[in-house]
Design a protein around this ligand. Structure first.
Ligand code: OOG
Ligand code: MG
Length: 251
């Protein structure tokens, strides 16, 4: 695929249409670089903002080996979260909105203030247990690294539990993903880059490189601590030891 503007616009339109018509599409033609793919992601986000959505955060992908192995990808990526993706804790989610949704247990951080070029660390002021809903727009949930970057890192929905002030070490916390009370995935926050706090400098680095603003109050999802599981019509809950739980009901 050539990387000219019209090819990028066409790829973005294809992915955006797949999302709001809930129909999977073929992978993008080969030969895209990650830079091309982020330019397509920018165009996908611009279309969402053009429909009145607002940016409310960012997410990291492939920060754990379990996720990398599950999807055959081995580089950390970033996607954008909008208000339309937010689900209240305990709320219902219509599964008809998605093509083939999956859920992941995550840890969320909150950005404390607008980040400036002088910041050498990402300022965060709170942490919460989180549940991410991912939904690749590609057929069979199969993609290359540039494909998934262009597809906004499969972002589809997110649920944030109660925010708590930072302080205690977030490393080594047990993580559970349950469906109707039964464990489907278990792991540790250390699966996220060895310690979830390590997601923050990774986000700062990639967001700066890509010119993505990091703004006060925005959510940061640090990445799945385990492999993702299918999102069934049932109550899905994430528990992070010491942080509590967060849930959503698929209907
Ligand atoms: C891409 C999204 C990866 C994570 O937490 O690693 C991700 C995908 O697996 O479709 O959200
Ligand atoms: Mg995730």
């Amino acid at each position: 695929m050539s990387t000219d503007t019209s090819a990028r616009t066409e790829a973005a339109e294809r992915l955006d249409t797949a999302q709001h018509t809930v129909s999977a599409v073929a992978q993008l033609p080969g030969g895209l670089t990650p830079a091309d793919a982020y330019a397509i992601q920018d165009a996908v986000i611009a279309r969402r903002l053009g429909r009145g959505e607002r940016l409310v955060g960012l997410k990291l992908g492939f920060t754990s080996k379990a996720k990398m192995a599950q999807m055959g990808v081995d580089e950390v990526i970033v996607g954008r979260l909008t208000d339309a993706m937010r689900v209240p804790d305990g709320g219902q989610v219509s599964l008809a909105r998605f093509i083939h949704p999956r859920v992941e247990p995550e840890v969320a951080y909150r950005i404390a203030r607008d980040v400036t070029p002088d910041d050498d660390e990402l300022p965060v002021d709170a942490v919460a247990p989180a549940l991410e809903i991912i939904d690749s727009r590609y057929r069979d949930f199969r993609f290359s690294l540039p494909d998934v970057i262009a597809d906004n890192a499969s972002s589809a929905g997110f649920v944030i539990g109660s925010w708590q002030p930072l302080g205690a070490d977030l490393g080594g916390r047990a993580v559970r993903l349950t469906v109707d009370g039964t464990d489907v995935e278990t792991g540790s926050t250390d699966a996220i880059l060895g310690h979830p706090d390590r997601a923050l400098p990774e986000l700062l680095r990639i967001a700066r490189r890509q010119g993505m603003p990091l703004l006060a109050g925005h959510v940061v999802l640090a990445g799945g601590a385990t492999a993702a599981a299918p999102f069934p019509p049932a109550r899905v809950e994430v528990q992070v030891a010491g942080l509590g739980g967060v849930s959503a009901l698929g209907v």
